[in-house]
Design a protein around this ligand. Structure first.
Ligand SMILES: CC(C)(COP(=O)(O)OP(=O)(O)OC[C@H]1O[C@@H](n2cnc3c(N)ncnc32)[C@H](O)[C@@H]1OP(=O)(O)O)[C@@H](O)C(=O)NCCC(=O)NCCS
Length: 328
């Protein structure tokens, strides 16, 4: 069976209850609410409790998406979890989520594209559906970034948060369509944003712990500049592939990393503020989860309605980037 169009049937979200404010961060590192808000747009972020793993967040977001789609777990055929904070090296977080859901008939996997993970999952899942290999997919971006955040490093610890955003995608019978997507990566930028410890290069040891190698390392300035350029370029490519102009976009949702990066893309596309959905102030940067969380919130708030043209754009560690244009 070959299928022409893929739609987002439903979305789901889960964020942990615990809120960490900028004021609380002032007591942890040498920073200020004023610096964080003016440089990033972030006011609060959610933090998972001890013992709560990425799969727990992903499972809860997946349940919401399933319920909204009116589907049972055993109907699921494909589960893709995008994460850089898996529960463990293996089994994949996708397999753990499959088990939690009781989705016995699905095949499950993880992908690692850092903050671009949601768009990568959407693209990969859609291709499986278009070829007729599977009839539906649950894609989830989920992160417990708090466990790889160096709470002594003010350059990074103010940025990140935990959460999960999910979507069920299916072949489309109506107006919903994935109109275009574009993905990209450049491994030569890998050392701008990475986590050095714990893998086969630097297996976990007393030294890796003492040298704080199990935390995110980031060179923020170049990441900022490359992010803006690559997001603009990828979004232009998706617009062209969809045969659309920036003006045709009803709502733009970008990865929520820094309000100034989002603003740069908005002004490049000459979009009015009301066409760009932003929730970075509440959740900070939740990596692969951020677009899924924002998409769900924008749908729940009726900012996005069926038939609207939605633009998605992201960038992240790798470096990776990607964009998609969806008729919702
Ligand atoms: C990290 C980021 C917010 C820093 O903002 P910036 O405007 O570039 O700030 P700079 O790095 O130039 O630092 C400016 C000063 O603020 C200081 N600073 C950094 N973090 C601080 C904090 N939390 N509180 C107070 N001061 C801070 C720096 O030490 C520096 O001080 P100096 O001038 O005395 O050396 C910004 O570079 C960024 O968002 N980069 C992209 C990050 C990103 O998106 N990462 C995820 C990719 S998915």
């Amino acid at each position: 069976m070959s299928v022409a169009h893929i739609e987002i049937k439903s979305t789901g979200v889960y964020v942990p209850e615990k809120v960490l404010t900028n004021i609380e961060l002032e007591k942890m590192v040498d920073t200020s609410d004023e610096w964080i808000t003016s440089r990033t747009g972030i006011s609060t972020r959610r933090i998972a409790v001890d013992g709560e793993a990425t799969s727990d967040l992903a499972y809860k977001a997946g349940l919401v998406a399933l319920e909204k789609a009116g589907m049972t777990p055993d109907e699921l055929e494909l589960i893709i979890v995008a994460t850089i904070t898996p529960d463990m090296f293996f089994p994949s977080t996708g397999c753990i989520v499959q088990d939690k859901l009781g989705a016995k008939n699905a095949v499950a996997m993880d992908i690692n594209a850092a903050c671009s993970g949601y768009i990568f999952s959407l693209a990969i899942g859609s291709r499986f559906l278009e070829t007729g290999t599977y009839k539906n997919a649950l894609i989830i971006g989920a992160e417990k970034l708090s466990c790889i955040t160096d709470w002594k490093d003010r350059n990074t610890c103010v940025l990140f948060g935990d959460g999960a955003g999910a979507a069920i995608i299916t072949p489309s019978n109506g107006e919903g369509k994935l109109l275009a997507f574009d993905l990209g990566s450049d491994g030569s930028y890998g050392d701008l944003l990475y986590l050095p410890g714990g893998g086969s290069r630097n297996p976990a040891s007393k030294e890796t712990v003492e040298n704080r190698l199990h935390y995110i390392k980031m060179d923020g300035n170049p990441v900022f500049k490359i992010a803006v350029n690559k997001m603009m370029a990828t979004f232009k490519k998706s617009l062209k592939a969809a045969g659309l102009k920036p003006d045709d976009i009803s709502v733009l949702i970008t990865h929520q990393a820094n309000l100034r990066i989002i603003e740069a893309l908005r002004s490049f596309l000459k979009l009015p503020k009301e066409k760009v959905f932003v929730n970075i102030e509440k959740y900070g940067n939740t990596s692969a989860a951020s677009i899924g969380i924002a998409l769900h919130e924008a749908c729940e708030k009726k900012i996005i309605k069926r038939g609207d043209i939605i633009g998605l754009a992201a960038f992240g560690g790798g470096l990776t980037w990607g964009s998609a244009i969806i008729q919702y």
